[in-house]
Ligand binder design. Structure first.
Ligand code: IMP
Length: 452
């Protein structure tokens, strides 16, 4: 029997990403930090994520590598072993965060010395590889898969290598990628890669420039790079400390549970917390493991063909009204009807035990909300399978639910204020998914959201 650790909460994307997790985590951490210390832990992904947080001042920031609790006092954010980190982008993100926080960081940042480096070399390799293979075409270009591949190939560079500045190892790394890229017909130094804070891509440059910029970055990040094992162990046992786990991406992007080739390289389920914390934290002990999903539709970036194709006029309207463009890549997102068979599968694979429904305000007059409740192959009901060939064969069975008033829901501040149609919709989703609803959001502002 697993013993639940009180005061612990996790949030992961419950569909194909971009569900609006960042602001939910930010709100949650802000509420808990008023009561006592909070540790926010991130265990997967890197600069491929884009968690948008909007402030009361109207300012917006897309966080990529820093967890969303970074704007909150009384908080320590931990970038875990399971992450792949780009030091240059991270420094820029810290700079932007400081600026928005009035010049000084409010949270303390700890970087696990065992976190893996994802560098311009990886970005360059990914860019060149895209010219050779179909599979990687949709990648965000942030060098995520090559950095994780380094781990499996047993030659990763870790934060610790940056901290002690193992120049020999760094140069060997550069030369390896130089050879790989030469083998594909290009020169590493000349390959253009994206960097945070600039709209223009920049060339990787020669080995000297590469080493020098890492050396500069080391000086800036050094005080944050730590062995976090004992810190985590101690805080996990101290029930006065609240723990918030912010997963990146979503279960539908997990390499085992997503639809190829539109998958990332990290463990997008709550399961990944176990390996990232080296077994200190069993995800099943986390009291609330919420899957964040959009309430009235789903979005998807990439080439995967999802069965619940939405009528084009409505999809276009939603894309504009809900700013459905990638936070990292700016790509327009595909919009489809809510797909409960897929969401049930992701909840089960992801170890999700409750739901957060975002975008409750994306509704239109006289437009019922169409929800896929089952798949049919012939006359047979079928569950979701993460396999494009299988998904091509299924016919969605839909149920239509009454819409609600956009203005009324946008003003709601507690469950009782919700329009009656929204209340029955929430009940329906909860019953169909077999999960309780923890929280909803009803507009883009920080205060537009509450516990259910
Ligand atoms: P990678 O993570 O850059 O390797 O990209 C692999 C796939 O995951 C691509 O289809 C990306 O668009 C998708 N992806 C990665 N991160 C996110 C995210 O935070 N939201 C949505 N899609 C993502």
């Amino acid at each position: 029997m697993v013993k639940i650790r009180k005061n612990s909460f996790g949030f992961c994307g419950g569909a194909y990403g971009d569900e609006g997790k960042g602001r939910v985590v930010d709100k949650f951490v802000s509420d808990y930090a008023r009561k006592g210390p909070v540790v926010v832990y991130r265990d997967n992904g890197g600069a491929n994520a884009g968690h948008t947080v909007e402030f009361d001042t109207g300012e917006r920031i897309a966080l990529h590598q820093l967890p969303s609790g970074v704007f909150v006092k009384n908080t320590t954010v931990v970038l875990g072993k399971g992450m792949v980190l780009h030091p240059g982008d991270l420094i820029e993100e810290i700079k932007q965060t400081k600026k928005i926080s009035g010049g000084k960081l409010r949270a303390k940042i700890l970087i696990d010395e065992m976190a893996v480096l994802s560098l311009d070399t990886h970005r360059a390799y990914e860019a060149v590889l895209k010219e050779w293979q179909e599979g990687g075409k949709g990648a965000t270009g942030r060098g995520i898969a090559p950095a994780y591949a380094d781990v499996l190939l047993r030659h990763p560079l870790r934060m610790r290598d940056l901290a002690v500045f193992d120049e020999k190892k760094i140069k060997e790394h550069y030369r390896l990628y130089q050879s790989l890229i030469k083998g594909l017909g290009r020169e590493l130094a000349e390959v253009l890669v994206p960097v945070l804070g600039s709209d223009e891509k920049v060339p990787v440059g020669k080995v000297r420039k590469f080493v020098e910029s890492l050396s500069r970055q080391r000086r800036i990040l050094l005080s944050c790079i730590k062995d976090v094992f004992f810190f985590l162990k101690e805080k996990w046992l101290d029930k006065k400390v609240a723990f918030v786990f912010e997963k990146a991406q979503a279960v539908g992007l997990d390499p085992r549970y997503g639809v190829y080739p539109d998958v990332t390289a990290s463990d997008c389920t709550f399961g990944g917390i176990f390996s990232s914390t080296e077994g200190i934290i069993n995800p099943e002990e986390i009291e609330i493991r919420a899957g964040v999903i959009k309430a009235t539709y789903m979005s998807s970036v990439g080439t995967r063909k999802l069965p619940t194709v939405m009528e084009e006029g409505l999809a276009n309207k939603i894309r504009e009204d809900a700013h459905e463009y990638g936070a990292t890549t700016k790509r327009p997102r595909g919009i489809v009807y809510l797909d409960l068979p897929a969401l049930r599968f992701f909840a089960s694979a992801g170890k999700i035990n409750s739901l957060v429904l975002t975008h409750m305000d994306i509704v239109y007059p006289k437009t019922p909300i169409k929800v896929c409740v089952d798949y049919k192959v012939g006359s047979k009901s079928m569950p979701y399978r993460p396999d494009q060939e299988f998904l091509n064969k299924v016919t969605p069975k839909y149920q239509e639910l009454p819409t609600w008033d956009k203005e009324q829901i946008s003003k709601a501040q507690k469950p009782a204020d919700l329009p009656k149609e929204a209340k029955s919709f929430l009940k329906f989703i909860s019953q169909e998914m077999g999960l309780s609803i923890l929280m909803i959001t009803n507009g883009p502002k920080r205060e537009q959201g509450f516990f259910h």
